[in-house]
Ligand binder design. Structure first.
Ligand code: ACO
Length: 382
């Protein structure tokens, strides 16, 4: 048995390379270097829809128009969820957080997947399962939200794209083109991000040759935490608590003095700024102008300035996404589930890549506990 060397211990696995991947790089060209399969995030956000990005992640190349039409048509026909899940969405108590409901929903969907019996390494079956998950996680999130609001369910519509269909299922009305496009871009920006905690947990799960649904359940549970995807909900609370631009300086100074973390700021990899945050901020400005209310932009600005000045921490993607989802009329409890329903494309791509080239993920721990010792018989223990 080999013993891990102390100098190879990296708390939080910071900087550790855990696998090879062809899906996403943080060292590409452009600001911040984020690229999906070689395409910079700036170019993707400018030019492709979430459906094209999801296809790129899962299938390795951007689709041509015929491939996109058939991909979208498969996603659209997979949107309805089993009746058993709808009943369960009604039965789960109202106070349960939507991320917990989503975790349960993914687990339930596994039982009804037509490829349920396929072996975990069946690449083609895994791609089909991934496409169903992209479609059905969005439906589950929207249905549960309508149930929470005691409103009738709005069924999915085949004439709407992924972004417009989701917003229509939530709000019972089609979004404006500016809102649809901004929401779609947020899904592109959230779709994938290399070996973040949730993707890593999904890869670890399937590295035991467990199935893709189990991997996505692990990933949803991991995303929920406030240091990861849960930060977009917490970022909104920061904006609300600050409440006015003139309160930002004092609010941030006292939060930092209490050693609190300012949610939506800082990143394990991006120490000089998250390119996704810069892109999404532009959409926030655009939508705030369209709705004629820039209050939250005016509050966000001095908060960004103060956190940067006082702690040298730039905003991450969750900072502008909280404002964007507020402008779209989405309840705060939906922010992290939306992140999940976008990220599922990246999770599934990584899980499939892991299963295609699997090696069991099994790191070591640096033992710092009691030295070797004898067991004292129960009667003699003090
Ligand atoms: N607010 C205040 N201080 C912070 C923050 C923050 N948001 N982030 C880091 N710091 C401080 C730490 O307290 C620490 O300070 P110290 O050296 O004085 O003790 C220093 O910066 C380094 O922090 P670490 O925790 O070592 O940095 P790490 O790389 O582990 O942190 C993380 C990354 C977890 C994202 C962190 O920045 C954080 O907690 N941010 C807030 C939560 C958040 O927004 N998460 C979303 C990340 S993006 C995503 O998941 C999509």
């Amino acid at each position: 048995m080999s013993t891990p060397a102390t100098d190879q211990y990296f708390p939080g696995l910071e900087g550790v390379i855990a696998c090879e991947t062809s899906i996403c790089s943080l060292e590409g060209r452009g600001e911040g270097g984020l690229a999906f399969r070689g395409y910079s995030i700036e170019d993707l956000a400018e030019s492709v829809s979430y459906m094209e990005a999801a296809y790129l992640l899962l299938h390795g190349e951007l689709p041509n128009s015929g491939q996109l039409i058939s991909f979208e048509s498969r996603i659209k026909s997979a949107r309805p969820v089993p009746e058993a899940l709808i009943q369960l969405l009604h039965a789960i108590p109202p106070s349960v957080h939507p991320m917990d409901v989503l975790r349960t929903s993914v687990s339930v969907l596994a039982h009804y997947d037509p490829d349920n019996g396929a072996v975990s390494t069946d690449h083609a079956a895994n791609v089909r399962k991934a496409e169903r998950l992209i479609a059905q996680m969005a439906t589950a999130v929207a249905y549960r939200e309508r149930i929470e609001r005691n409103q009738p369910l709005v069924p999915p519509r085949d004439d709407l794209d992924h972004a417009a269909n989701f917003l229509n299922m939530i709000n019972g009305g089609e979004p404006s083109e500016t809102k649809r496009s901004a929401f779609d871009k947020s899904l592109v920006l959230y779709a994938e991000h290399e070996l973040n905690a949730s993707t890593f947990s999904g890869r670890v799960t399937v590295s035991t040759l467990s199935d893709i649904y189990s991997g996505i359940v692990s990933a949803v549970g991991t995303l929920k935490g406030p240091l990861h995807g849960g930060a977009n909900e917490e970022a909104w609370k920061v904006l609300e608590q600050v409440g006015a631009p003139e309160h930002a300086e004092e609010w941030i100074a006292s939060a930092l003095a209490r050693k609190e973390r300012i949610m939506g700021f800082g990143h394990r990899v991006y120490k000089h700024g998250d390119p996704r945050a810069r892109i999404l901020k532009r959409y926030c400005t655009k939508i705030a102008a369209e709705i004629g209310d820039d209050r939250w932009e005016r509050i966000a600005e001095p908060i960004e300035r103060e956190v940067t000045q006082q702690k040298q921490l730039p905003p991450n993607v969750d900072w502008p996404s909280a404002r964007l989802y507020h402008y779209l009329g989405l309840d705060i409890r939906l922010y992290t589930p939306i992140f999940a329903m976008a990220r599922v494309a990246g999770w599934a791509s990584h899980i499939i890549e892991q299963l295609d080239h699997n090696r069991l993920m099994r790191p070591r721990g640096q033992y710092i506990g009691a030295p070797p010792r004898e067991i004292v018989p129960l009667a003699k223990r003090v």
